[in-house]
Design a protein. Structure first.
Length: 236
């Protein structure tokens, strides 16, 4: 189950605005640290991303959402420990019955009863949706704040992102609920040139959402919100 804001079930976005014009990447060294320059914005090189996330998550008290009527769910934010790190995403199968049909997301899903921890939920769903065995190849770095979309177009749900690190980009294979499972480089996800917006039809009119466009993949909704928090924690 991917967790994103949606229009009507199975409905694709009306239109996507083109991403900002890509500029050529330049590098520069300052104080012994290499920086990336993109459209006038400096980005620290992303080596050590997993370690920065682990440090930030360990140093803070996460915010919890209490909604007794909501189902609990978890997603796995999986980061590779490489000089050029990447994150795992899936693209949902297009299904009329799925309110998150066809969308990009972190692997994740509903908690399988109160006896299952949310960390176990995130790892189980990652394995089912991507074939990535986090018990064998990953390490839990920490837990992010709860997210709870408050919209009449989605069931009541509280989502807890769990951040995992793996040593390298393990092979992925989409499960039954995904058309695609893939690694996307962090440098592309957090590149300001890839920020965009797009519009969807909602009851009451059209609405624009912030998004990240990498090639043919458009990340938006709750997944985009989680990525903003990842960038804040990692000081990107």
């Amino acid at each position: 189950m991917s967790l994103l804001c949606v229009a009507e079930r199975g409905q694709a976005p009306l239109r996507s605005e083109p991403a900002a014009h890509r500029s050529r990447r330049r590098t520069h060294r300052e104080g012994g640290r290499e920086l990336l320059f993109r459209r006038g914005v400096r980005l620290p090189q992303l080596a050590g991303l997993a370690e920065r996330l682990a440090t930030a998550l360990a140093a803070r008290q996460r915010e919890r959402v209490v909604r007794p009527e909501a189902r609990r769910a978890a997603v796995a934010v999986v980061v590779s420990r490489e000089d050029d790190p990447a994150l795992v995403f899936i693209r949902r199968k297009v299904r009329q019955s799925d309110p998150w049909s066809g969308q990009m997301a972190f692997p994740g899903g509903f908690q399988a009863g109160s006896g299952e921890s949310l960390a176990t939920t995130a790892a189980r769903e990652a394995f089912e949706e991507t074939g990535l065995d986090l018990a064998a190849h990953g390490r839990l770095l920490g837990v992010m704040d709860d997210f709870s979309p408050r919209t009449p177009f989605l069931p009541p749900i509280v989502v807890t992102p769990h951040v995992f690190a793996v040593g390298a980009r393990e092979p992925l294979a989409p499960g039954d609920e995904a058309d695609e499972a893939l690694w996307i480089p962090a440098r592309d996800i957090f590149d300001p040139a890839n920020r965009t917006t797009f519009a969807i039809a909602l009851p009451g009119g059209e609405r624009a959402f912030p998004a990240i466009e990498v090639g043919s993949h458009l990340v938006w909704g709750l997944t985009e919100r989680i990525l903003l928090h990842v960038a804040e924690f990692a000081r990107i």
